[in-house]
Design a protein around this ligand. Structure first.
Ligand SMILES: O=C(O)c1ccccc1NCC(=O)[C@H](O)[C@H](O)COP(=O)(O)O
Length: 269
């Protein structure tokens, strides 16, 4: 399975990270950082449109290869912010997505919206690293973690101020995730074996999620009517990468997909 390859790579990365820095050293850095920006809040009570938006800074993907030639992460992030994206997602995985920790760090200096570190978290070291490089939230993917790992990682993340987006693909993963009483769940519409996206995945899972949980529909979203439909079935926010990355003007692309917005916020139903 493709995810097994990614996890094997992450094990090597974590081993080399552990040789470079200890958690105690990262804790010292974290003690001197400003508090995190509220990622989950920006998508729920604080969102600017009826549907919240996490706009992704994504250069390439395993399924599509290089997506954007003129990839300038800071310029893209500023354009997203100017267009009223509630939060940004920055891919930091290098081998499969051509991402980088440095991209996230530079984006952090340039924008004032909360940032998700988009990577494959398999070890506590990566959670502390995420906070050190400027993330406000991390992603936990149920498909590659046990329930106990997710519980431990969620607790560590919260203890250093990070919000947690826990991602599921099916009912089995969702049942395990609900044991953790998460405040925010991502439903990934992409089948990780075939890479095919199907927005009905969100519809199939959303009704099993307790009210009050912020639900993010992820992947394969590109049309305004899909935003409307995802909202009608119960999603509070969307995560969009490839569609924006393929448009010459990402700011215009956000307006075209999401509509106009109000700084006053649209709030959580
Ligand atoms: O994007 C991929 O091909 C991919 C393959 C395997 C695991 C994860 C993958 N993507 C990560 C994501 O979750 C997406 O970047 C994100 O949801 C945005 O999706 P999209 O709008 O379809 O770029």
């Amino acid at each position: 399975m493709f995810l097994d390859r990614i996890v094997a790579t992450k094990r090597q990365e974590v081993a080399s990270l552990k040789e470079r820095i200890t958690i105690a050293e990262m804790e010292k850095t974290i003690a001197g950082l400003a508090p995190c920006l509220g990622f989950e809040r920006a998508l729920s009570a604080g969102r600017k449109r009826p549907m919240g938006l996490i706009a992704e800074v994504k250069k390439a993907s395993p399924s599509k290869g290089l997506i954007r030639e003129d990839f300038e992460p800071v310029r893209l992030a500023k354009a997203y912010e100017e267009a009223g994206a509630d939060c940004l997602s920055v891919l930091t995985d290098a081998p499969y997505f051509q991402g980088s920790n440095d991209y996230l760090n530079r984006v952090r200096q340039a924008v004032g919206v909360p940032l998700l570190r988009k990577d494959f978290t398999i070890d506590p070291h990566q959670i502390y690293e995420a906070r050190c490089i400027g993330a406000d939230a991390i992603l936990l993917i149920a498909a590659i973690l046990t329930t106990e790992q997710m519980r431990q990682f969620q607790s560590i993340a919260r203890s250093i101020g990070l919000d947690v987006l826990i991602e599921v693909h099916d009912q089995e993963e969702l049942a395990r995730v609900l044991e953790l009483n998460p405040t925010m769940i991502g439903i990934n519409n992409r089948n990780l074996q075939t890479f095919v996206t199907d927005l009905r995945t969100t519809e199939q899972l959303v009704d099993s999620i307790p009210k009050g949980t912020t639900v993010v529909s992820e992947s394969g979203i590109s049309k305004p009517e899909e935003i409307e439909w995802l909202r009608s079935v119960g999603a509070h926010a969307v995560l969009v990468g490839e569609h924006f990355m393929r448009q010459p003007d990402v700011s215009e692309a956000v307006h075209d997909l999401m509509g106009s917005y109000s700084e006053a916020g649209a709030g959580k139903e």
